[in-house]
Design a protein around this ligand. Sequence first.
Ligand SMILES: Nc1nc2c(ncn2[C@@H]2O[C@H](COP(=O)(O)OP(=O)(O)OP(=O)(O)O)[C@@H](O)[C@H]2O)c(=O)[nH]1
Ligand SMILES: [Mg+2]
Length: 323
Amino acid sequence: MFQSLKKRLSSFIGKAEETAGKAAEKKAELTTETKIKGILQRRIQLSEGDLENIMWGLQLDLIQSDVAVETTEFILERLKEELRDKEIDKDRIHEFVRNSLRGVLIEVLKPERDIDLIDFVRNSEKPVTLVFLGINGSGKTTTIAKVAHLLMKHNLSVILAAGDTFRAGAIEQLTKYGERLGIKTITHQKGADSAAVIYDAIEHAKARKIDVVLADTAGRMQTKVNLMSEIKKICRVSNADLKIFVGDALTGNDAVDQARIFNRDVGIDGIILTKMDADVKGGSALSITNETKKPILFMGVGQGLDDLKEFDSEWFLKKILEE
Ligand SMILES: Nc1nc2c(ncn2[C@@H]2O[C@H](COP(=O)(O)OP(=O)(O)OP(=O)(O)O)[C@@H](O)[C@H]2O)c(=O)[nH]1
Ligand SMILES: [Mg+2]
């Protein structure tokens, strides 16, 4: 996972170390006192010129790892602030640069509000309605089944709403998952009003005292405008407790752009990034929160029902900086 980002960050740290080493040598040459004493100065600084030199490569590397442009710029600016004119112990340059980078990336991954889904559901008035949004193929339906499975493992009762009434086979796909999980799926016929299906499911949940309604939605309609107005209507009618954007990590910057658009048009509360098991870049995971300020709740790491992992920024940073 994320090999590309890891390799590039590691080469950046190496380059910073090398540049700082050269700066130290230069400084030592200039200082007659150290020349006489024959020792190198212990503490060095990276000048603006040194920084420009090492940041240029980092900028390209991040963009090539699918980190969004704005996030890349933010990382560079903050890193420069952290490194510029700081007194660095000559023998600890590597550690210093890596810690600075780590600090900046923690900021990048920080949402405006963290959500623990299980706690959220437990503490909310029932039924809790979670609506899953995202473009076609991003993994919404599969993710709904995984989330249902997770909630059930925490002794919460779940019902599914087949809100994708547009794509052929979508209702059957969700119903099959419902059967596999042993839970009910509320369906209307293909082409029916999606908001009405979800409304029905909520009524059903109220009557049967079911804790959570997981609502599927279409990822494609005749036009993008249609899709957004449909999604807006669904969110309004269902009065969703959480609107969860599902993005395909493999699409990199596209997933980030989609999240930004969904957030702007309907307002999202959290993000699930799927197909992380196959993601060698890691750029969308790094930038999506910075671009939307919303938390990544989970990552999809395979096609099975158990292949859903809570996203932990410490774990992610370890993967891209250390392992
Ligand atoms: N490897 C991997 N595959 C996944 C993951 N999540 C979903 N998939 C696969 O991605 C494909 C699309 O998943 P769906 O859940 O049908 O996507 P969707 O967003 O509902 O698509 P539409 O209904 O067309 O809008 C399926 O083949 C899934 O098995 C994941 O985390 N890892
Ligand atoms: Mg689907």
